[in-house]
Write a protein that binds this ligand. Structure first.
Ligand code: F6R
Ligand code: MG
Ligand code: MG
Length: 369
């Protein structure tokens, strides 16, 4: 349905890596730009920006069709299909990796690509940051979102801005059981943390301004392995955050990334590693296929036009975070195949346990008391 409000949609997929899973060939981005340019000329999109983090192609789009719109999702799906064809021609690695279905069925949800989208009335000045991560998984936004919207040590506005002092409402998804629950903060802060402190199961899907109900943040929360029933790559999530005025300031939204906190992902989607905030040009996870990276692009919206981007982590004030990240990466790597560097058995995306267990089953003897 047409709407006066603007919708900001980010849809991403890995449709082929260059080299290996480390980065993206420019030909894929050129193909995506052509496709989205023609959708803009045709009137479906107000504006768009094609980008990437690591090996993930990111389509940032504005339009007036609302969230979950079939035509916008179809556009993204067909763009990924065309980019897959380019990736196949160049024999790039894992061409079409995240397209889990042969056919589009009304939405990209459940078909492999990750989606974060929100519809809102543009404010007098609409500042948005788009976070995109590679070599990690959906729950990776839980810690930064909770710091931005609940932690006074991070966000001064929670204490000293009258527009934010009432707090925020969190929508949390149980990705295993496909359920959702809301928490009003700060009143239900301790209940919120019971769940989101377990990010492999509970993901912050969205955050709302409590007084007005306005959406402040939304993330992608899919787990590909749950959709496909087998390992098909990590979920490399995205997250959109509106900033300033009644929402945290840009600096409050970026501040949580000064801590290279530990996420699931890295090599073979089966390791814990620190998340490194980087400029786009540095988002090429190469060491042990990592460490996991996060890029933040900032825009001002002007009647749906994406004015920008600014590459927000391209700033020496994140140098120490990157340095600490490398130190943590060294330390964790020395654990080799041991937990907690390697993920617990049930969380690993690659495992040989069933085969090895089957082969050795006869050699397991009961222990006498
Ligand atoms: C992690 C990732 C890579 C691959 C690894 C093995 O999300 O994409 O670490 O898992 O390079 O890739 P394959 O199995 O494709 O050789
Ligand atoms: Mg890949
Ligand atoms: Mg990726």
């Amino acid at each position: 349905m047409m709407s006066d409000e603007i919708t900001l949609t980010v849809i991403k997929a890995d449709v082929g890596g260059y080299v290996g899973h480390s980065s993206m060939h420019p030909a894929l981005m050129e193909e995506a730009e052509e496709r989205l340019e023609s959708a803009k000329r045709g009137g479906l999109l107000v504006d768009f920006h094609v980008t990437r983090v690591g090996d993930d192609l990111e389509l940032i789009m504005t339009h007036r069709e609302g969230i979950d719109n079939e035509e916008v999702h179809r556009l993204a799906w067909e763009t990924f299909e065309e980019c897959t064809a380019v990736a196949k021609d160049l024999k790039l690695y894992g061409a079409g990796q995240d397209l889990l279905s042969d056919a589009f069925s009304g939405t990209v949800k459940g078909l492999g690509p990750g989606v974060a989208e929100m519809e809102f009335e543009e404010r007098k000045a609409e500042t948005v940051l788009i976070f995109m991560a590679d070599k990690t998984s959906a729950g990776a936004w839980n810690m930064p979102l909770s710091k931005m919207f609940t932690d006074p040590y991070n966000t001064a506005g929670l204490i000293i801005s009258p527009d934010m002092h009432q707090g925020f409402r969190f929508e949390v998804h149980d990705v295993l059981e496909n359920k959702r629950v809301f928490f009003d903060c700060p009143e239900e802060l301790y209940d919120l943390y019971v769940f989101i402190g377990a990010p492999s199961r509970y993901s912050v899907k969205a955050v709302y301004h409590k007084e007005t109900g306005e959406i402040g943040a939304v993330s992608s929360t899919t787990r590909l392995s749950l959709i496909a029933g087998r390992y098909v790559g990590k979920d490399d999530p995205v997250c959109i955050v509106r900033c300033q005025s009644q929402f945290p300031a840009v600096g409050e939204v970026l501040e949580p990334f000064c801590l290279p906190y530990i996420v699931e992902g890295w090599m073979r989607g089966s390791h814990h590693g620190p998340l490194m905030p980087v400029a786009l040009r540095e988002s090429n996870p190469s060491r042990f296929d990592g460490p996991p990276r996060v890029v933040a692009l900032g825009f001002q919206l002007a009647n749906g036009l994406l004015v920008g981007p600014r590459d927000m982590f391209d700033d020496p004030s994140f140098d120490e975070a990157r340095r600490l990240c490398n130190i943590i990466a060294d330390y964790l790597r020395r654990h080799g195949p041991f937990e907690p560097h390697r993920l617990p058995l049930e969380e690993m995306e690659y495992t040989t346990m069933p085969q090895v267990m089957k082969r050795l089953a006869g050699r397991f003897e009961p222990l006498e008391d």
